[in-house]
Design a binder for this molecule. Structure first.
Ligand code: ATP
Ligand code: MG
Length: 311
């Protein structure tokens, strides 16, 4: 649905985007992750036709962003990271203003505003002035604004920044609903664990360059060199059995470290993907009375620190 190809943006001599390529499928919730200054907003602004790339292309449903910006604006809705809201308007008037800009008639606007306010959980606030809405509410109102023309792709630049945990959970719920409505969503954040819970696929960029793009599962196997695996033996423990366990595990190809944590409990480092893990489990269960075998879940915070250089 969205194809970004070799997208490059140069600000003077500074290279903000460096031949970035990625693609997003129809109906995907795609996370766009990177540290501050990675180039997320630059990419999104180019997609939203607000900025021109230095070179490269981005095509949405076969329409190229620089060739046909008008059509692109019809196809996508953009929620910027910083936005102005008109303070002297009520929530519903704010949406009405934008709906008028799109040329919708009165009846259609009223119906649309009601359903959008419901979607973003602001229906009870429809008569509140925008300036008395909380930050999280303003963000949700802006999301509703981005949805007015029923775009196929939503580009959301850090929609949950500065929100408290409850507001974040609410935003997640809204994003799930959007997915159910068949929207394709590109959402940026610098919090990888948060996005990985929510998204089907992810792109990680750093210094304008692609680090990773693919499904969350693919990210796990991409990073799974040296996965910590914990093995607990059941039944009576004795020295001979424990020695046998250490020797068996140490000899297994891909096991780089075996630590005896306590009687019958071993922590290993295993360098192998899912298939190799199946082999290790089978071999361990054949040789030893394995009561528990598990791989520690991927620490996404750690992954983020590893894949993005901090300087
Ligand atoms: N108009 C501009 N002129 C010069 N440099 C710019 C301009 N806009 C962005 N940059 C630079 O390009 C780089 C990428 O910025 P961008 O805003 O795209 O990053 P980001 O990933 O959105 O970061 P954040 O997480 O802080 O929002 C930064 O180094 C920034 O200073
Ligand atoms: Mg940004």
């Amino acid at each position: 649905m969205l194809e970004i190809c070799e997208l490059t943006k140069q600000y003077g001599s500074f290279l903000a985007l460096d031949h970035l390529s990625l693609s997003i499928g129809q109906g995907e919730l795609h996370g766009f992750v990177g540290p501050n200054g990675a180039g997320k907003t630059t990419t999104m602004r180019i997609l939203a036709t607000l900025q021109l790339p230095t070179s490269g292309s981005a095509t949405l449903e076969g329409v190229e962003v620089t060739q046909n910006p008008k059509e692109i604006r019809r196809l996508m809705g953009y929620m910027p990271d910083f936005f102005g809201v008109y303070d002297r308007l009520k929530a519903w008037e704010y949406l009405d203003f934008y709906a008028r800009c799109y040329g919708f008639g009165y009846k259609e606007r009223m119906r649309m505003i009601e359903s959008l306010l419901e979607l973003v959980h602001l229906f009870e606030k429809r008569d509140s002035y925008v300036d008395v809405l909380s930050r999280g509410m303003k963000q949700r109102l802006c999301l509703a604004r981005a949805l007015i023309h029923d775009p196929k792709l939503l580009i959301l630049d850090e929609p949950a920044s500065g929100m408290d945990p409850r507001a974040r959970a609410e935003m997640k719920g809204i994003l799930k609903t959007l997915k159910e409505l068949g929207k394709t969503v590109l959402i940026s954040s610098h919090i990888l664990p948060e996005l990985s819970e929510l998204c089907d696929s992810l792109t990680i960029i750093d210094h304008g360059k692609l680090v990773f793009s693919g499904t969350v599962e693919a990210l796990s196997s991409h990073m799974s060199g040296e996965a910590p695996v914990t093995i607990r033996l059941g039944g009576e423990m004795n020295e001979e059995l424990e020695k046998r366990a250490v020797s068996m595990l140490k000899q297994y190809p891909g096991v780089t470290k075996v630590i005896r944590e306590e009687a019958g409990l071993f922590q290993t480092s295993f360098d192998g993907g899912d298939d190799a893990m199946v082999g290790l489990l089978k071999a361990a269960a054949q040789a030893l009375p394995v009561a528990d075998f598990h791989r520690a879940p991927l620490n996404l915070e750690k992954v983020f620190m590893e894949v993005t250089q901090n300087d």
